[in-house]
Design a protein around this ligand. Structure first.
Ligand SMILES: [Zn+2]
Ligand SMILES: [Zn+2]
Length: 314
């Protein structure tokens, strides 16, 4: 705009109108630290959707967070949930239990983040990791890949005396069955079917008051129906059966063997009878959250169902 020219009246008003007073941020509701919660940290897939970070879910019980998978951005997503929902257990220094469903990169690319970043942020203890065969080798390679960083943080100028060993990540590998127990939870690994992976897992968390089952990546798997069996919350991956029709035949063949359609999930959920079905790791291919829920309803599922967004809490 040329300086000195008179402004049209409407534009002048726009430019000079006082900006509205900022509405005060609503204080977050007081945190409920007693009811076990499912916190969706990331619902994403390998598709680089800027609104959906890498797959990761937290079960929070008894003041501790139990992570399932470590997708891209997991530590920052946990920090966002800690801030936005007042869940202190999701602050970086509290991230010390992790359950990996399988070794696909979208579920594990956040592993160095969740192993190393909280260590630098004074997590007092090492993170304990549970996962299928191959997890220990992956974690060992991460430690090797970041060897120089670890050396500099241990022997450089950083004050590190309080948690020198907390970068180590002891791994327990499992192919299914009871895998972890403490005062808050009993965790069972559930073998599921996922493409050609020899070992892919879901997880069942029994907490005081709620049983939560998380599918991981799975095509329809009877093990998940049994593991839920009237559970309180079933968090299950899904793709749009309608949008699937527009995929290339090669990708249709892959997805049919690797993942679960809305129509298939309607059948699974009808028999698994969860109190709440939560869709995550959604493959939309142009469909919307409402489409996914509608497809599941039209396929005959009558229970409660929601399609999760990042940072949702159930
Ligand atoms: Zn996968
Ligand atoms: Zn995946």
């Amino acid at each position: 705009m040329t300086p000195g020219l008179p402004l049209p009246a409407g534009l002048a008003l726009l430019l000079h109108a006082p900006s509205p007073a900022p509405t005060p941020a609503q204080p977050p509701p007081p945190p409920d630290t007693t009811t076990p919660r499912v916190v969706i940290l990331g619902t994403g897939t390998p598709n680089a959707d800027p609104d959906r970070w890498g797959p990761a879910v937290a079960v929070v019980a008894g003041g501790r967070a139990y992570l399932v998978d470590a997708g891209a951005g997991v530590v920052r997503r946990a920090a966002a949930a800690a801030r936005d929902h007042g869940i202190a257990a999701l602050a970086p220094e509290g991230l010390d239990r992790l359950f990996i469903t399988h070794l696909h990169s979208d579920h594990t690319v956040g592993l160095p983040d969740v192993i190393l970043s909280p260590w630098v942020l004074d997590r007092p203890e090492a993170i304990r990791i549970f996962g299928p065969p191959g997890t220990a080798a992956m974690v060992a390679h991460i430690e090797e890949a970041w060897r120089e960083d670890i050396h500099m943080r241990l022997f450089g100028l950083e004050p590190r005396d309080a948690n020198r060993d907390a970068y180590r990540a002891p791994v327990t590998e499992t192919t299914g069955g009871p895998v972890y127990e403490d005062d808050n939870v009993r965790v069972t690994a559930i073998p599921v079917l996922h493409g050609s992976w020899p070992h892919a897992l879901g997880y069942r968390f029994e907490t005081a008051g709620r049983t939560i089952v998380i599918s991981g990546d799975a095509r329809p798997s009877e093990s998940l129906v049994e593991a839920c069996g009237g559970c309180d919350i079933l968090v299950h991956e899904v793709y749009s059966a309608e949008a699937f029709q527009g995929r290339e035949p090669e990708w249709q063949a892959y997805h049919a063997r690797a993942h679960t359609s809305t129509a298939e999930l309607a059948d699974i959920a009808t028999r698994a009878r969860p109190g709440l079905l939560v869709l995550y790791h959604q493959l939309y291919w142009g469909a919307t959250d409402d489409d996914l829920v509608r497809e599941i309803r039209e396929a005959g599922y009558g229970g409660r169902v929601v399609s999760a967004a990042d940072l949702d809490v159930y």
